[in-house]
Design a protein around this ligand. Structure first.
Ligand SMILES: [Fe+2]
Length: 374
């Protein structure tokens, strides 16, 4: 049986001011966010709630230690709702702050406490890629394992996911590009995931279409054109997030999770390194699959090109290179002789994702993907 659900109430809101009024924010709410979000958008608003800044705990993606530190600081505080406003790091951490009686990340990861929430959860994205306002997964860096590990916690779907495109109007270009490409990858991986069902397909199709159409607009009109269509990028991210809340990604994310953890490379950037190497390998291994061919036809339609399967992924690569120049694994300090070890670690730590590959691949085939990305 295949199940599909949209688990949060979804809201499109014109401004943060409107959000404060509609949701009757009070001093029993905790707003968890980045300092720059506060300074750029909220500093002049009357905020009748408690504030907690991500940067007081971490300047990179969240680790198990960071989550534990915040959980301990929140002990004894009277909080009815956690409101996470941010990118993936903030939102994934915000979810974990709602678990009843958790005093450390290991309490949650190892399920030493029942995984139930005793606080409300509202998630507001300030990037257009992770879609994690729609999911119940938190991806946390586990330095001892040298990998980022995602954990699905069923109670951690937000009560409300709130889209406010205004909050993305100062997004740095690289953050935008990496996150929008991440959303595209969510939709592409889930679209060809053999375990995914039909209900997800329209969300993936529309996310792919919107992202490629608007990347194309930016390639023609300049990078600032993204601000004219930020609402569409945000919507595409959320559509892909809905898909992601029902199904998992595959090999691109599996490679990126390990690579990102090992080299401390942000999630979207790591994913981008593996996107075309994985899909061009899929095209070599099983060129006749209907999902892969439908995906290619959506891409060709939006790019207005006529070419074969491999040519399609090459054309996509060329478009993405205009949005954010490609970078090879070697430029991050990866040594060619170590590539087999990377593959082994992906197999050891990312089995959760590898089951969702479009085709089953052995370690030699994965090594070819790494060589393409190298
Ligand atoms: Fe992702």
């Amino acid at each position: 049986m295949y199940n599909f659900s949209v688990n949060s109430k979804l809201h499109e809101v014109a401004s943060f001011q409107e959000f404060l009024e509609e949701f009757q924010i009070s001093d029993r709410d905790l707003l968890f966010l980045n300092k720059f979000t506060y300074q750029d958008f909220l500093a002049n608003l009357p905020l009748p709630c408690q504030l907690l800044f991500y940067e007081d705990y971490s300047t990179s993606e969240p680790s198990d230690e960071v989550v534990t530190h915040i959980l301990q600081d929140l002990q004894g505080r009277e909080i009815d709702r956690i409101i996470g406003v941010g990118g993936g790091s903030v939102l994934d951490t915000a979810k974990l702050l709602c678990i009843k009686d958790a005093q450390s990340y290991d309490d949650i990861y190892e399920e030493r406490v029942p995984l139930v929430r005793d606080k409300g959860l509202i998630l507001i994205p300030t990037t257009c890629g992770t879609g994690c306002e729609m999911t119940c997964v938190s991806v946390i860096d586990r330095p001892k394992l040298q990998a980022k590990i995602g954990k699905r916690i069923e109670c951690n779907f937000a009560d409300h996911a709130v889209l406010i495109p205004d909050l993305l109007m100062k997004i740095p270009h690289k953050v935008f590009a990496c996150s929008a490409i991440d959303a595209l990858i969510h939709a592409m991986e889930i679209f060809v995931n053999p375990l995914s069902g039909n209900f997800n397909k329209p969300f993936c199709r529309e996310a792919i279409r919107l992202n490629i159409k608007n990347f194309q607009k930016m390639a023609c009109e300049g990078m600032d054109a993204k601000f004219q269509v930020m609402d569409q990028f945000l919507l595409a991210s959320s559509y892909a997030g809905i898909a992601l809340s029902n199904d998992i990604c595959g090999a691109v994310h599996a490679c990126a999770m390990h690579f990102g953890g090992q080299h401390h490379v942000p999630h979207g950037e790591s994913n981008y390194r593996f996107l075309v190497p994985v899909f061009s390998t899929y095209a070599e291994l099983r060129p006749d699959g209907p999902e892969l061919n439908e995906l290619a036809s959506i891409i060709r339609q939006e790019l207005r090109v006529e070419t074969d399967l491999q040519g399609t992924f090459q054309a996509l690569d060329d478009l993405l290179d205009q949005i954010l120049p490609r970078k090879r694994l070697r430029e991050y300090g990866v040594r060619e002789e170590d590539l087999p070890r990377y593959v082994e670690r992906v197999y050891e730590t990312q089995q959760r994702l590898l089951v969702a590959n479009y085709v089953k691949m052995d370690q030699d085939q994965f090594l070819e993907i790494y060589k393409k990305a190298y």
